[in-house]
Design a protein around this ligand. Structure first.
Ligand code: PEP
Ligand code: MG
Length: 589
């Protein structure tokens, strides 16, 4: 973004609002970018072994450094130590390590050059991936390769110990190793050139509840050490050297923000009951087991979607049954007696696993994804099902099957669940066989045969992220068509209405775990349509709970009659605003 210059010296920049909140303080520039210039030279064949040894020594040192950082990671950041463990794995990864060794041997070049070549290739490959989350994962490779480079003699690691006052960190990017060394009492906020909402800095900032504006492109060139900064992580704005009026305005905004947030979080631990007495469960979606803590802190009524595929990524092989069992148990232990809904593997599509990419699919979103993959790989599926049934013996666990598109898939899944249960039974392993089973409704064919599926399962969970993608032909990761992705499209509303009606008639559970559920504006509509529970990113729980409390179920139901006759998303939006606009204006944090 081009900076906007005002009359005074202040500069206003717009970036990605990655973590909400406002902070005002002095800038501290993190200079972690000093390894851009690397040495390039050819080696003779007789020097190949010595060069490989040099590279291996650098890897060894990088590994010890990382292990030391993991051990010293402060308690409240322990949950991110697993990112660093991923980096330890990456150090010996077939792509990064193997291909660098190969380049040294084949191209007869020094380690730094070989590593740079491999990283550039991987960088290109990752950047072409459609999913933002995976695009951001290229940063892991870059951080790891920077660390190896430093150990090859290319620079000093960043040391945060020198920071002796409260500051706002300004960096090109921050690696997980760097962010996990941060002492919370000294860091007020993050400002970076790179990164986005799903980058590690974004994730860590949200977990620590530190305001962050990321992806500002060239902010490190505009800010000097000790410049006064305002970071508005809710609006995505950074003000450098603000003038008096701006400063006063933001000081007031910060006070208002803190007051609203404190009120909201305080009330989020009680149940979400409408004015006319209907209770709605507001649960959290998690990707990693550690995130369960933030669901609990935000007053979540359980886990409505545990995206288990993330445990299969960034590693060299499939996880085993005991590892999965332990991870699921960790989540259950924290949130019990509230439910944990474990969604079985939803890999491929935009979430391919590196060690099992022997399929070359021209159209991965329409390919061997989720339950289709699991039914084709019964061993992988069985390992997961066994782990789930075992953990179900300890509490309220339900299974959720992604991307069901037909009757046979659910029948085959049920057969495998029964088989897992009978195997565990004959092995004498404690488990729960009669576990609650649900399907994600995220493919249009599942909507149309909802009545058939309802006979076979205990609940439906509507996944609007994919349902919109598949029904409206909009690639959810393609920014060119992102503007068409609209949950208020009458087709989407009608599908939700149909599924909710079927669930009611067949007397099974119905909730929504797609992003649509995290938007307060949609809650009156969803309640009116008959959705009984919601699940969302943990940060949205307090807001949604508050919205539920200010509504009347019967009024929402009546409102649907007006919605159903509208011809376009825009008309529906106008209707929501005219009816609930006043309420919604109270929700802007
Ligand atoms: C969805 O599709 O709406 C959903 C919740 O699943 P995911 O985003 O993991 O595909
Ligand atoms: Mg989905």
């Amino acid at each position: 973004m081009e900076p906007e210059n005002t009359e005074s010296q202040e500069i206003i920049l717009e970036g990605i609002a990655a973590s909400p909140g406002i902070c005002i303080g002095k800038a501290y520039i993190v200079d972690n970018d000093g390894i851009d210039i690397i040495q390039r030279y050819h080696i003779s064949e007789s020097k190949v072994q010595a060069e490989k040894n040099r590279f291996n020594t650098a890897i060894k040192h990088a590994k010890s450094e990382l292990i030391e950082i993991i051990e010293k990671t402060p308690k409240d950041l322990k949950e991110h130590a697993n990112i660093l463990e991923t980096h330890v794995v990456l150090l010996n990864d077939k792509m990064l390590y193997g291909q660098t060794i190969e380049a040294i041997e084949k191209d007869l070049i020094n380690s730094e050059w070989a590593l740079r070549k491999v990283v550039n290739r991987l960088r290109k490959m990752f950047r072409e991936l459609p999913d933002e989350y995976f695009k951001d994962r290229v940063n892991d490779i870059i951080h790891v390769s920077n660390r190896i480079n430093r150990n090859l003699g290319g620079g000093e690691p960043v040391n945060f110990k020198n920071i002796n006052k409260r500051v706002i960190l300004v960096a090109s990017d921050l690696s997980p190793a760097e962010t996990s060394q941060i002492q919370l009492e000294k860091i007020m906020g993050f400002v970076t050139d790179l990164g986005g909402k799903t980058s590690h800095t974004g994730i860590i900032a949200r977990t620590l509840e530190i305001p962050a504006v990321l992806g500002l492109q060239n902010v490190t060139r505009l800010i000097q050490n000790d410049d006064l900064l305002i970071v508005d992580g809710s609006g995505g704005t950074v003000v450098i050297q603000p003038d008096e009026t701006t400063l006063r305005r933001y000081v007031q905004r910060r006070v208002d923000y803190e007051v609203r947030r404190a009120q909201m979080i305080r009330s989020s631990h009680s149940t979400a009951m409408t004015l006319d007495g209907t209770t709605f469960k507001v649960m959290g979606n998690i990707e990693l087991p550690e995130e369960v803590v933030s669901v609990k802190d935000k007053g979540g009524d359980g886990i409505g979607l545990y995206r288990t595929e993330f445990q299969y990524m960034n590693r060299a092989a499939f996880p085993g049954e005991s590892e999965l069992y332990e991870k699921y148990k960790d989540v259950l232990d924290v949130i019990s007696p509230q439910p944990v809904t474990i969604r079985t593997l939803d890999i491929n599509g935009d979430k391919a696993v590196s060690f099992d990419s022997d399929y070359d699919e021209p159209n991965p979103a329409l390919g061997l994804r989720a339950i289709r993959y699991c039914l084709k790989k019964p061993n992988v599926f069985m390992t997961q099902l066994r782990a789930i049934l075992r953990v179900a013996a300890h509490g309220n666990v339900r299974i959720l099957i992604p991307m069901i598109s037909g009757y046979e898939e659910i029948m085959e899944t049920k057969r495998l669940i029964e088989k897992a249960a009978s195997d565990l039974e004959s092995e004498g392993v404690p488990h729960k066989g009669d576990i609650k089973l649900g399907v994600m409704i995220e493919v249009p064919s599942a909507v149309i045969i909802a009545d058939i599926l309802a006979e076979e399962v205990d609940f439906f969970s509507i996944g609007t992220n994919d349902l919109i993608q598949y029904s409206m032909a909009i690639d959810r990761g393609n920014s060119l068509v992102a503007g068409f992705f609209n949950p208020l499209h009458p087709a989407v509303i009608r599908m939700i209405s149909h599924v909710a009606d079927v669930a009611r008639k067949k007397n099974i559970g119905i909730y929504m775990c797609g992003e649509m559920a995290s938007e307060p504006m949609y809650i009156p509509l969803l309640i009116g349509l008959g959705i009984k529970e919601f699940s969302m990113n943990p940060q949205s729980i307090p807001l949604v709970k508050r919205m539920v409390r200010s509504l009347n179920t019967s009024e929402c139901v009546g409102f649907i009659d007006e919605v159903m006759v509208q011809k376009s998303a825009l008309k529906i939006l106008e209707l929501i605003k005219s009816r609930y606009g006043k309420l919604l204006s109270d929700y802007e944090l």
